[in-house]
Write a protein that binds this ligand. Sequence first.
Ligand code: TRP
Length: 331
Amino acid sequence: MKKKSTVLLVVLAMVLAGVFTGCGSGGSSDSGGEDQVKIGLVQLVEHPSLDTIRENILAQLEEEGYKDGETAVIDYQNAQNEQANLKTICQKFVSDKCDVIIAITTPAAQAAFGETKDIPIIFSAVTDPVEAQLVEDFNAPGGNITGTSDLVAADKIMDLALKITPDVKTIGALYNSSEVNSVSVVDDLKDYAKKNGLKVEEAAVTNSSEIQQAAQSLAGKCDAVFSPIDNTVASAMSVASDVFVKAKVPFYVGADSMVADGGLATYGINYESLGTETAKMAAEVLKGADTATMAVRVMDDMQAYINQKTADALKIEIPEAVKKDATNLGE
Ligand code: TRP
């Protein structure tokens, strides 16, 4: 009760102050105009892959009949890689009574889920939603949250890595240890290494300012380095790839955008389709579908991506058998 009246007071104060922003904007709030849907869209940070996902979400939402400023109010917020911002943004989505929250990345989804167990949440590109404690099971999420996953087995990337550089014995793991999406994949890497007689050297960072030093330490003791689908590394790819190119160490990564940004290769999904699929799920929920029973969707259009420019700089010959099925992202 107490909570309700506080919310009412805050809403009243906002109305009096003439504040009509965010999900509550467009004159659609509780005083009528019920046909305008309110969508909160939160993104952890700006890096090329997440921007691609967001653009495709917005395009598909429009396709589904949710156009910002017309049929919908889409409140897009970027947290600039700050946990505290994620919380504030999601709290506002809840107090604005969004009809659905779309959360891009694992940390964003965790923040949204931390704020509401009522408003449906559709996450986008969450690598391991079970490990992140967002859903009980890929096929039966069980609560107010479901979405798309960009899970790719570390094995697939490592198989590709060993085709390109078969002599690798020690592999570095560069990642942010507070990103569940990365920890889960690095665990898989360790299993793979054990089975294949490789040694893993870890360099865990907590933010992008530590990338340069961590990369340098790995470059000194590894034959190759691997980064999972890690937001912190993706935000500092130019720094990391510079270090590894100079040290002539092949750098295998988790996502196509990280290859475009100087990584040597990955085996991964198409993030444009992932964004599209995320918006389709949001539209289904807005039309009444239940998140609890809506399975998490995984992408099946996986392929190899290489960066020929990086390969040339490293003086590595990518085998023809790899090249013929790969997309080159390094002009
Ligand atoms: N999968 C990441 C997560 O769970 C988000 C992500 C999507 C990402 N595309 C990426 C991270 C590309 C790094 C690079 O949070």
